[in-house]
Design a binder for this molecule. Structure first.
Ligand code: FMN
Length: 147
């Protein structure tokens, strides 16, 4: 069975709500094991076929923990090539973080990324949560059809 990681950071809970819905959508597709987590070590990334990153934007930047994760993965020369990557996050006015994360996954790690990222302004409403579930489902079905 394929394995999907939904890794998120959230300070006031908005991106966490998104992450839970993304994980639910991925699980409901029924073809992958889904892990929802707020911390993994760089080596753990090797165990997953797809990585969905949930990142709110603070100070026009990506969360420090995710920066560290990719610094460590790069330092250890980890091969993530071809894994599926996607990103989402809550924001207030500029929302750079998910886009920056997709750029790293695509350009540095040669992952196969799903664009554009899913951005939700502040707290996700029911419509936004259903878009989150849809993103999770899309990643799971992409894995299903991947050769
Ligand atoms: C100190 C601070 C800085 C912020 N900086 C940005 C920013 O640069 N760009 C942006 O779009 N939103 C910014 N925001 C808004 C947050 O992204 C927004 O509140 C988001 O919903 C937080 O998500 P979370 O609940 O998952 O932590 C900032 C919020 C705070 C409190």
């Amino acid at each position: 069975m394929s394995k999907i990681l939904v890794l998120y950071y959230s300070r006031s809970g908005n991106t966490e709500k998104m992450a839970r819905a993304v994980a639910e959508g991925a699980k409901n597709a029924g073809n992958a094991e889904v892990e929802l987590s707020y911390h993994v070590d760089a080596e753990d990334l090797a165990n997953f076929d797809a990585v969905l990153l949930g990142a709110p934007t603070y100070h026009h930047d990506i969360p420090m923990d995710m920066k560290r994760l990719f610094e460590e993965a790069a330092a250890k020369g980890m091969n993530l090539k071809g894994k599926i990557g996607a990103a989402f996050g809550s924001y207030g006015w500029s929302g750079e973080a998910p886009k920056l994360l997709l750029e790293i996954m695509k350009n540095k790690f040669e992952m196969q990324v799903i664009e554009p990222p899913l951005l939700v302004k502040y707290a996700p409403d029911e419509k936004a949560l259903s878009l989150c579930r849809e993103l999770g489902r899309q990643v799971a079905t992409t894995l299903m059809h991947k050769v």
